[in-house]
Design a protein around this ligand. Structure first.
Ligand code: CDP
Length: 255
């Protein structure tokens, strides 16, 4: 995040952002559950220009063994950005940023999964960012919780997440890449709409208390919308399973 160059205007005089949205409007969001056959659970998400896939394996025996917790499962998330997902080629492999994002997503998910049901195991969550345009950590978390539900892992609830920020001095919902780069604040948040519980909150930049109030209001409304898209993805997934025999599955088993 850096200061706005004077020639870049992120919000016009009518309150419209450079991608045509109003300040409290989210980018279009689509989620599909159960997209990978080999994973126990999976989800594919498109959110504006972000494209993210999440795959879940487990609960399975935790390796290395010294990481096992005799009282509960551990949730291990690996967030990764493909080399081609950003405008400058990203060097493959983990870096400080992806290690941080993996950690905060693991912690957010540990808050909702009934980990005590599966002692000594690991629940592995892989998040692959195929195309990035700001907000990939919240997109990854949103997809991962659908993939966990698709894997049939008992959990308190789904976890919708969104980033709120500040551009041209105004609070804006769901930052795009330009707003993330040239705006002055970024506040990713994950909230369970049913209980209001916040399982992830970060802050980059500065906001006044009044601005935080506005931002939380936008995020609360957006998380409710995202939650409906998540539930709809799972409903569609199980409507398909109930209604049709998967021909690819049977040919796989014969092979
Ligand atoms: O993606 P998110 O907003 O959660 O995380 P960020 O660290 O605030 O990154 C914002 C955006 O910067 C990403 O979504 C990418 O579009 C971009 N980015 C990039 O172009 N190259 C990187 N190595 C990392 C991020």
């Amino acid at each position: 995040m850096s200061g706005t160059p004077s020639d870049i205007k992120l919000i016009d005089e009518n309150g419209i952002r450079i991608d045509g949205r109003k300040v409290d409007e989210m980018r279009p969001l689509k989620i599909e559950a159960g997209v990978l056959k080999r994973a126990d659970g999976s989800a594919y998400l498109e959110w504006g220009k972000n494209k993210v896939i999440a795959a879940v394996y487990g609960p399975r025996e935790c390796h290395p063994r010294h990481m096992q917790n005799p009282a509960k499962a551990i949730v291990q998330c690996k967030y990764n950005m493909m080399s081609f997902s950003v405008s400058d080629r990203k060097r493959p492999g983990p870096d400080r940023r992806s290690i941080e994002i993996s950690k905060i997503i693991s912690e957010a998910l540990e808050n909702v999964v009934f980990t005590e049901n599966f002692p000594r195991t690991s629940i592995d969550v892989y998040i692959e960012v195929l195309q990035a345009n700001a907000g990939t950590r919240v997109a990854g978390l949103t997809a991962a919780s659908v993939a966990l539900a698709d894997a049939g892992i008992p959990m308190k609830d789904l976890v919708p997440a969104v980033a709120v920020g500040k551009a041209d001095g105004q609070i804006v919902l769901d930052l795009n890449k330009e707003e993330d780069n040239y705006g002055s604040a970024d506040l990713p948040i994950a909230m369970i709409p049913r209980t209001g519980e916040v399982v992830l909150m970060q802050m980059d930049g500065h906001m006044t208390m009044e601005e935080v109030d506005i931002a939380l209001g936008y995020a609360t409304k957006a998380c409710r919308e995202i939650y409906e898209v998540q539930k709809d993805a799972l409903r569609r997934r199980y409507a398909v399973q109930a209604g049709a025999v998967d021909e690819d599955d049977s040919s796989d088993e014969e092979a």
